[in-house]
Design a binder for this molecule. Structure first.
Ligand code: AMP
Ligand code: ZN
Length: 135
């Protein structure tokens, strides 16, 4: 795929905005624009790869370590009681952005998740969560 057409490659290149919470040479993490739950984060390797099976070892290691660190931030700083990590591969598996990403979704005791896209009340609400989670 032409990386310039990929929405996550555009975020990585700084061509479109994202509510970033972490960035290093191999990985970026930002708030999902249509969160299943407040604080839903996407952890994305900077290398463009469509599926998990396409991702080089070094990028896989980097992205899973950042996913663990994001979980840590959510538990301590959001805070939340637990979190789900999931990752979709292929349109048949509900992958809509063809660039590998891990979803990290905060969970709260006694609060079921709808597993449907939501939204933030305002840009300020997203910025408040960003400030709590950023590392
Ligand atoms: P998937 O269905 O696993 O491919 O998930 C793609 C996710 O990317 C969805 O949860 C979208 O809400 C999210 N998404 C798409 N475009 C953006 C964007 N520009 N900024 C943040 N999240 C996005
Ligand atoms: Zn891409």
């Amino acid at each position: 795929m032409d990386d310039t057409k990929c929405v996550f490659c555009k975020i990585i290149a700084g061509l479109i905005p994202a509510t970033k919470i972490y960035e290093d040479e191999r990985t970026i993490a930002f708030l999902d624009i249509a969160p299943f739950e407040r604080g839903h984060v996407l952890v994305v390797p900077k290398a463009h790869a469509r599926m998990l099976t396409d991702l080089p070892e070094e990028d896989l290691q980097a992205v899973i370590r950042v996913t663990q660190n994001v979980g840590e931030r959510l538990l301590r700083q959001l805070p939340c009681d637990g979190f789900n990590v999931f990752q979709n591969n292929g349109a048949c598996a509900s992958q809509t952005v063809p660039h590998v990403h891990f979803h990290v979704v905060p969970r709260h005791e006694g609060k079921p998740l709808n597993w449907t896209p939501g939204s933030y009340a305002s840009p300020d609400e997203a910025k408040t969560i960003q400030a709590k989670l950023r590392f």
